[in-house]
Design a protein around this ligand. Structure first.
Ligand SMILES: [Mg+2]
Length: 303
């Protein structure tokens, strides 16, 4: 019998999993899995449990928000031997990465997709070769939002909480002076926002980083927004957001890369998959190509 470890955050996303748990386990069980269930008790608890479970399971499934998935992937990257495929049932307030993988919001349906899923090798980002992130590392304007918003507020307001905070933070932008190094582009200046991403959807906005995002091409998209020091700049950026083409804005730099490094005289706060990633004066990001495998519905069956 195939063995599955199912790790979930019981409090994520209005605790909606409480009404779905039996059905989810039933779906896995009907597909021939012997399921071990592990509700997480605190941040990094899921990570530790998965690390300690190396070699015991054929599949590691998880349910929760971005943080839960981040811990699951980070733990499996620690495995020295075989890396089991990952199943993901999103329950958080944002769904950017799950949407990129074609995972439905309906939790039982998402479980069914895992149960008869196909293997999808996926790139993973690394910060300073130490911490991993699945789809976005960022600094600046909007990045305080996610980890600055308490869980209960996230649950009540959901996506609106992010948008409200983002708009609010637009008026209090504090640019960060940075030098940026990569093989493709080197630049410097005052930036209000920067992100390194591998996702079709950012903050619920589809294709913000272009139509050609590929989750397994060994490349992440870099997006930098310069200081908006006049009304023309603000209007230009608003237009770029409205038309979903940031590359048309003169205050935005975008490119694809395998590796990028940021240097600044002052420490800059970063987020990784929406969670606090520490303050850094010298930070580099690289891509681990096809480092993990997700069990998702076959691309041919999507639409
Ligand atoms: Mg990519």
């Amino acid at each position: 019998m195939k063995k599955m470890l199912f790790v979930f955050n019981p409090n994520s996303g209005k605790a909606q999993i409480k009404n779905q748990l039996m059905k989810i386990i039933q779906v896995f069980s009907d597909s021939g899995y012997e399921v071990t269930v592990y509700p997480t008790k605190a941040p990094m608890d899921g990570y530790q449990h998965i690390v300690d479970s190396e070699g015991r399971y054929d599949v590691i499934a998880c349910s929760g928000g971005d943080g839960t998935l981040n811990e699951t992937v980070a733990a499996i990257l620690k495995y020295s031997g075989n890396k089991p495929p990952i199943g993901y049932i999103p329950s958080g307030t944002t769904n950017d990465f799950a949407a990129s993988l074609g995972i439905p919001r309906n939790m039982v349906k998402a479980a069914a997709y895992i149960a008869d899923g196909e293997l999808f090798p996926c790139d993973v980002g690394m910060m300073n070769d130490q911490r991993s992130f699945n789809y976005v590392a960022a600094f600046g304007a909007f990045t305080r939002v996610s980890y600055g918003t308490p869980q209960n507020l996230k649950n009540v307001f959901g996506h609106q909480a992010y948008v409200l905070e983002a708009v609010k933070s637009l008026s209090t932008l504090k640019p960060e002076y940075m030098r940026v190094y990569s093989d493709e582009i080197e630049t410097e200046g005052n930036f209000v926002y920067g992100m390194i991403s591998n996702t079709n959807s950012v903050g619920g906005i589809k294709n913000l980083t272009g139509n050609d995002v590929d989750l397994q091409d060994g490349l992440f998209e870099v997006t930098l927004i310069r200081e908006l020091n006049n009304p023309l700049a603000v209007q230009s950026l608003i237009n770029a957001f409205l038309t979903k083409d940031l590359s048309k804005c003169d205050w935005v730099c975008t490119w694809k890369t395998k590796k990028v490094r940021f240097e600044s005289p002052q420490p800059v706060s970063w987020t990784l998959d929406g969670e606090f990633g520490g303050e850094h004066k010298d930070i580099s990001f690289s891509v681990k190509e096809k480092a993990v495998e997700f069990l998702i519905r076959g691309i041919s069956e999507q639409n």
